[in-house]
Design a protein around this ligand. Structure first.
Ligand code: NAD
Length: 334
């Protein structure tokens, strides 16, 4: 669906992190609805390098981009020479998704360098090109602040959440000092949907539990999962937010959630109903400290300033996603 009156045809659009989950969905959105837009993806793609937590350093995967016909630049946002390749093009819109997206990377130096230092480059590029910058912030900025989470009341509890919080502060300053700039931060809550598969253990519980159930296993959840609530948002509504953020009433940082928290138990139950099975649920102790047990986006200002209007319930999103979950079920992660 077209979410904006803006005609993006003939616009030049940069999507960093375009080989990842949200970035690749954005790329296909523009390709489908604005075939005459010029789309450039900048992503380092995955190498075999891993963080000390055992997860890959990058989840970008070429298979997310099969069928994409725009330009692709393989580059690292930490490398000035790679970034300089983008100077050959003047962009109208920059969607900055590239980041260490893994909330359980505790090496503060690498998280801050990757997520924060590179942000200055994209802000400067936005200024130089007179572009609009839409960048990914996160609900992790809130840590365990009580629900509903509201912009201006943050308490990040991991380096990832802190890095996004710092990006937001830098964005506010740039927007203040450069009133002509358009800089919009989007605090995504728990996103799920097609093209997240290669995030493996960091993908949503929708696909992870879906695959457990399709394996004939009882879905495995932390104890008390009926009391652990999150604001789960389907990728289509996240795309809506990104597109609408191109015409904001004001610069700022905005929550992107449904405003309706649901439990992890709900996900397991909906999946079993939709798949027509009843395998029960297996519970195990939650090993994580600083775990968010209740998130709920206050989307008042997102509605007012972006005209953001989420449309997918958890049930709707899971139903729309299930054919893809089934298709991927037998595809080995590589
Ligand atoms: N998915 C969610 O639920 C969620 C929630 C809150 C915020 N976010 C944020 O949204 C953005 C997109 O998330 P996603 O779920 O698509 O994650 P993702 O990991 O699938 O995508 C991130 C992309 O960035 C690329 N990347 C990582 N480090 C890079 C580097 N140094 N140089 C160049 N490219 C690099 C990766 O290859 C990957 O393709 C991220 O900034 C993430 O922090 C996502």
């Amino acid at each position: 669906m077209k979410y904006s009156k803006t005609n993006f045809d003939n616009k030049t659009i940069l999507i960093t992190g375009g080989a990842g989950f949200i970035g690749s969905n954005l790329a296909f959105y523009f390709q489908e609805y604005y075939p005459d837009s010029k789309i450039v993806i900048f992503d380092c793609f995955r190498s075999e390098a891993k963080f000390s937590n055992g997860n890959l350093k990058s989840f970008g995967h070429y298979k997310n981009l099969i069928g994409f016909t725009g330009d692709i630049i393989c580059g690292n946002i930490n490398n000035p020479d790679d970034l300089a390749l983008l100077n050959q093009t003047k962009f109208d819109y920059i969607f900055h998704q590239a980041a260490i997206s893994d909330t359980r990377v505790y090496d503060q130096e690498i998280v801050m360098k990757t997520n924060v230092n590179s942000f200055f480059w994209f802000l400067e590029k936005t200024k130089k090109d007179n572009a609009t910058l839409i960048y990914a912030s996160s609900a992790a900025t809130y840590g365990s602040m009580t629900s509903p989470q509201k912009i201006g009341f943050e308490n990040p509890e991991n380096p990832y959440g802190y890095s996004k919080y710092v990006m937001d502060q830098i964005a506010y300053r740039y927007a203040r000092e450069n009133p002509d700039m358009q800089v919009i931060g989007l605090r995504f809550f728990n996103v799920f949907g097609p093209r997240e598969y290669f995030k493996a253990k960091t993908s949503s519980m929708v696909i992870q539990l879906g695959h457990q159930i399709l394996n004939g296993q009882a879905p495995r959840l932390f104890e008390n999962s009926d009391a652990i609530l999150r604001d789960f948002i389907f990728i289509e509504d996240v795309i809506q937010a990104n597109i609408k953020a191109c015409n904001p009433k004001t610069n700022g940082v905005f929550n992107v959630g449904t405003g309706l928290p649901r439990s992890f138990q709900d996900i397991a139950d909906i999946l079993q109903i939709e798949l027509g099975v009843d395998l029960g649920t297996e519970y195990f102790p939650n090993p994580f400290k600083g775990y968010q047990t209740h998130t709920q986006a206050d989307i008042t200002s997102s509605r007012e300033n972006l005209n953001f209007n989420p449309t997918f319930s958890l049930e709707d999103g899971i139903r729309a996603y299930l054919p893809e979950i089934k298709r991927l079920h037998n595809e080995p992660l590589e």
